[in-house]
Design a protein around this ligand. Structure first.
Ligand code: ADP
Ligand code: MG
Length: 699
């Protein structure tokens, strides 16, 4: 039988070498299977053709039939556009393109019959349709189909004629090639007990539905399957790993741990910290390798928990390594650890991209002969020439910047993989955590150190900045410090940096009797470090910065966080930034500054921020507003995250439901030899193979 997962897409009639290369590059479609599971992103009932005179700005998508009378190029720079004056005899409508102007002009001709499809809107009192789909009327059969599938394609593909229609044609060819029956991928039991549509039906219908009712059934079946295999994969391999890997055993609580705990610790652990330390202790004192995720809101004291775990390693003759995402943070952590350890004989070293060769040599030697107890570092630590004598524990801080691949690299640094402790301040919503880290045990530090006052958050419009400045001044006069953060994104870097400069200069004038620091990603690591140090030591009172301070940095005396252009930040980011204050005992404030005009979405975000200090609540809201695809770090997660049909924000219930079904399968068929489940295990292998394949090697 034809194995669609290994059959190269180029063999499909209508594809060939060139298109295959394009499909691979643009959409990651390499095999027949990839195309089969490349689902339409929407369906449009195209049985109806609208008249141009019926159009208003309020309609959803419409289909028109007519011709272009003339083209016109208008505007300059960003508003440069091509307008095609289109009519069906009843009225005119403007078709507008801002991109790909040359290509559109080449492709479309005046006077030819076209089917135009798009969403009308009003601009300067005229109806227009921006970036419509335009098809040769001779090629489209209006009204013969039920719901027409729409496939996402890229500009490059469209330029080579691979538009949505062409994709639909390819899928049709594929269905023909596959013939009668696409083999079932779930067991009979599961299909029957859950009243699922067969895979064959579901795949045919998802591409070419006749009506919305059967479409929904097909969608349900495919979502079910997608989520089920994610869970089966996680649950099966979690067990498999437990069986396969013995962990390093840290059986004793020794001198360093005890001395630190009894003599150096300046405060009591919170109950939550204590509980998590106990959970870690239990893991590392067992026979298995620990893989634990510690979730704790910003300021909950994760660093201390990490240090205690690393001391456990030290006391049992092992080295520990702490991985952090940025150099600033690495330096700060290293300094914090050294300060906390005081004169205890625990050697802590720092390794980053800017560590000089000479120091590097010394550190490498110390790592290899076992003299270095704790290594704090950035990605530089992952390099192969960083060799440990006996690495027993890896702490990954602010995990969302590290993916599964990095974790795997650290595993390989000892013949028995080290224990892994992942710390994240980005509270990951339950659904996402289950999917991303289903193979990790989770601890939660759900308590802040005592004496913290909840941060007061307000949202103001830029026009009210003056009163904000007087407020900041009062805080500074009381001896506090303030952060003022500006957004910076790559796409807009020049302008963003200019905003930051302008803001900085303005603030220098307003606060001329105070000292200001400036920090942004374009500065040299050394400069950044110096500025950060000046602020941390209190030498400067205001830190004007981009989001480089986002994670981890700890200056307890800072009590004000101003976020300029707050509308440009996501909720989780806002919460992270806010978490830079409220770390000391004094009341702290977060001020979100936006324009007067706000989108609905921004308004919601501001509302959530001003009403909640709870990272978990905020993360849930974030997931709902943005959808999981946007969640930071999900791209590198390495898990099948390009969910093809399920949506973690919307399908939470289904996810939990199928998780139980998967758990049942794993529990009741530990050796994978129940014939009823054969199809499941085979499919799981197939999915894993697909995720690991290298298409360069396949022809
Ligand atoms: P995060 O969880 O965001 O990484 P940190 O580990 O940076 O938080 O801790 C935030 C601050 O709280 C630090 O200044 C730390 O010294 C302090 N801290 C940690 N644990 C406690 C505690 N149990 N009691 C009081 N302060 C604590
Ligand atoms: Mg931290």
């Amino acid at each position: 039988m034809l194995d669609t997962t290994t059959r190269n897409i180029k063999f499909l009639p209508g594809v060939g070498e060139q298109r295959a290369a394009l499909l691979g590059r643009e959409l990651n479609i390499h095999s027949l299977h990839d195309l089969l599971y490349y689902f339409p992103y929407k369906y449009i009932d195209r049985s109806r053709v609208f008249k141009v005179e019926e159009l208003g700005g309020h309609l959803q998508h419409v289909q028109l039939l007519g011709e272009i009378r003339s083209f016109e190029e208008m505007g300059e720079g960003a508003s440069r556009r091509l307008v095609a004056h289109f009519t069906d005899g009843t009225a005119f409508v403007d078709l507008v393109w801002f991109r790909g102007i040359k290509f559109v002009k080449q492709k479309l001709s005046i006077g030819k019959r076209y089917v135009v499809f798009g969403k009308p809107s009003m601009f300067n009192g005229r109806v227009n349709i921006a970036h419509p789909d335009v098809d040769d009327a001779a090629m489209v059969q209006i009204g013969t189909m039920g719901l027409q599938p729409y496939y996402n394609t890229t500009e490059k593909m469209k330029r080579s004629g691979l538009n949505s229609n062409a994709m639909a044609k390819l899928v049709q060819n594929l269905m023909q090639l596959l013939g009668n029956e696409i083999p079932e991928t779930l067991s009979q039991n599961i299909v029957q007990q859950n009243g699922l549509m067969s895979l064959d039906d579901a795949l045919r219908i998802i591409h070419f539905p006749r009506n919305t009712k059967e479409l929904q059934l097909a969608q349900y079946r495919l979502k079910f399957e997608e989520l089920f295999y994610i869970q089966l994969n996680i649950l099966y391999y979690a067990r498999d790993r437990q069986r396969r890997y013995l962990g390093h055993r840290f059986s004793k609580v020794g001198e360093m741990f005890n001395r630190f705990y009894n003599e150096n610790l300046p405060f009591r652990l919170t109950n939550a910290q204590m509980r998590v330390v106990r959970e870690i202790r239990r893991d590392v004192n067992g026979n298995c390798q620990m893989n634990r995720l510690v979730q704790g809101d910003v300021g909950s004291g994760k660093t201390l928990v990490a240090l205690l775990a690393m001391l456990l390693a030290r006391d049992n003759g092992y080295q520990a390594c702490m991985l952090v995402p940025t150099e600033i943070l690495a330096e700060q952590h290293c300094a914090t650890l050294k300060r906390m350890l005081g004169n205890l004989p625990v050697r802590v070293e720092l390794l980053t991209g800017s560590t000089r060769q000479k120091e590097r040599d010394v550190i490498f030697q110390g790592l290899e002969n076992g003299n270095v107890d704790i290594l704090v570092g950035t990605h530089a630590v992952l390099e192969d020439n960083v060799q440990f004598n006996n690495l027993g524990l890896v702490v990954i801080d602010e995990q969302h910047r590290f993916g599964v691949a990095q974790r795997a690299k650290m595993w390989a640094k000892n013949n028995i993989p080290p224990h892994i402790l992942v710390m994240t301040a980005t509270p990951i919503p339950r659904t996402l955590a289950m999917t991303l880290y289903g193979d990790l045990d989770v601890s939660v530090i759900d308590e802040l150190p005592p004496g913290r006052k909840p941060i007061t958050t307000t949202h103001i419009f830029r026009s009210r900045s003056d009163s904000m400045y007087s407020f900041i001044r009062r805080q500074l006069d009381e001896g506090r410090q303030a952060y003022i953060v500006y957004p910076l994104i790559k796409e807009n870097e020049k302008l963003d940096l200019k905003n930051l400069e302008d803001g900085y200069n303005q603030l220098c004038n307003i606060f001329c009797d105070y000292k200001l620091s400036k920090l942004h990603g374009k500065m040299k690591p050394k400069e950044k470090d110096d500025e950060m140090r000046r602020f941390a030591s209190g030498e400067t009172q205001i830190l004007v910065s981009t989001t480089v301070i986002e994670v981890g940095v700890d200056v307890p005396n800072a009590s004000v966080m101003v976020i300029e252009n707050a509308e440009r930040f996501g909720l989780s980011q806002l919460h992270q930034l806010r978490g830079r204050v409220g770390r000391g005992a004094s009341q702290s404030y977060c001020i979100l500054v936006t324009d007067y005009k706000l989108s609905e979405d921004t308004r919601k975000r501001m509302e959530i921020m001003t009403s909640s200090n709870d990272g978990f609540e905020i993360a849930e809201a974030d997931l709902k507003l943005r959808g999981p695809g946007d969640m930071e770090g999900t791209q590198q997660s390495g898990i099948a995250f390009d969910l093809k049909i399920a949506n973690l924000a919307r399908d939470e219930q289904l996810l939990q439901f199928v998780r139980e079904i998967a758990r049942n399968v794993v529990d009741n068929d530990p050796d994978c030899n129940n014939p009823d489940n054969r199809v499941l295990w085979q499919r799981l292998q197939q999915i894993r193979k697909m995720n690991n394949r290298n298409w360069g090697a396949i022809s």
